[in-house]
Design a protein. Structure first.
Length: 340
């Protein structure tokens, strides 16, 4: 009985080990945001395309679940390349959100060429074309500051003011029950009374009697080695996924720190984009590895417990029916047989 309880304790420990990294890996569900290409005004047309790309890179934050740019461009090809040219701009932005299955669209306009101040506006529209929030800012400008630096500074200041760019609160992982469902009671089998049978013995003697009992050996099947292998491989996988998740979270933190309180250098942008992609890929891989490793470990534990229960039942039945006992005492020998 103690051996079986220890196995069930091990199964409970495996469940806790499986749910713990999954709780850390699973972040609160974030809304998809469609980022419209930034609208740069006040400069020459040949320089605007590079500045628009720089603005989009500066607007990419780890706290935002952005729609891939390929989906955004595919929609804008049907709208003359930009919603800024549409008669009803907000309606166009709403159609962009609906077409890319996003809840909102972020639309940024700025002029980085004015000499004294920089004006930037962030507009957020939902998938129905309704304005959710709008933040116009006028920021001071350093004399002779390059437009690229102006854009990075202005976009960072704007995102600090917009609710759509803020990270959601962390939530604990819960396991919901089906509505109306109640936990089913666990059936505990009652002990089977030992069957009685006639016993042939010698006349009772006052001297002590030695008893020799012969039992059938326990037999294990293929489930035991397979279960132990599954537990071992699953445990190694959980450890590896935890290390991978920790590395991915560290890269994500480095990416966010690069935009906190300061603006990164122009040459550091490609490395930051690569760092962000590696963080997302590592978190996704760690979550998948955690699920697979946990399932493998729990499956191995179930096989092991099933094989142990079958062996215990077989041994118990052998000891009850067909067991032969040799009773020996001073001057006599007795034979006891349990009949079915």
């Amino acid at each position: 009985m103690l051996n079986r309880l220890s196995r069930y304790g091990l199964l409970l420990a495996l469940l806790v080990a499986f749910l713990a990294p999954a709780t850390q890996a699973q972040a609160p569900q974030r809304d998809r945001i469609a980022l419209h290409p930034c609208v740069i005004t006040g400069g020459k047309q040949k320089n605007i395309s590079d500045l628009e790309a720089l603005c989009a890179t500066a607007a990419a934050r780890e706290s935002m679940n952005l729609v891939p740019s390929t989906e955004v461009r595919a929609f804008l090809e049907k709208e003359n390349g930009s919603c800024a040219k549409a008669k009803n701009r907000n309606a166009c932005l709403g159609r962009l959100a609906a077409a890319t299955k996003a809840t909102r669209t972020l639309y940024i306009t700025l002029n980085p060429f004015t000499p004294k101040s920089t004006r930037i506006t962030g507009l957020v529209v939902d998938d129905a074309g309704k304005k959710v929030e709008e933040k116009p800012l006028e920021l001071p400008r350093i004399p002779n500051q390059p437009p690229s630096d102006v854009i990075r500074f202005a976009v960072a200041a704007l995102l600090e003011q917009l609710n759509v760019a803020k990270a959601p609160d962390q939530e604990s992982l819960t396991i919901p029950l089906t509505p109306g469902a109640t936990p089913e009671p666990v059936a505990v089998p009652s002990p089977t009374p030992e069957s009685t049978s006639p016993t042939v013995t010698a006349p009772p003697q006052p001297a002590p009697v030695a008893s020799v009992k012969q039992e059938a050996p326990k037999v294990r099947t293929w489930k035991t080695p397979a279960g132990i292998s599954g537990i071992a491989v699953g445990g190694v996988g959980l450890i590896a996924s935890g290390i991978l998740l920790n590395s991915a979270n560290s890269k994500a933190e480095d990416f966010n720190n690069a935009f906190e309180g300061k603006l990164p250098e122009n040459g550091a942008l490609p490395d930051l984009v690569k760092l962000r992609d590696e963080a997302k890929s590592g978190q996704r891989t760690a979550a998948i590895a955690t699920g697979v490793s946990g399932a493998l470990a729990i499956g191995g534990a179930i096989l092991w417990l099933m094989d142990g229960s079958a062996s215990s039942e077989g041994t118990s039945s052998t000891g009850k029916v067909g067991t032969t006992r040799i009773l020996a005492g001073p001057g006599q020998v007795g034979l006891s047989v349990l009949l079915p």
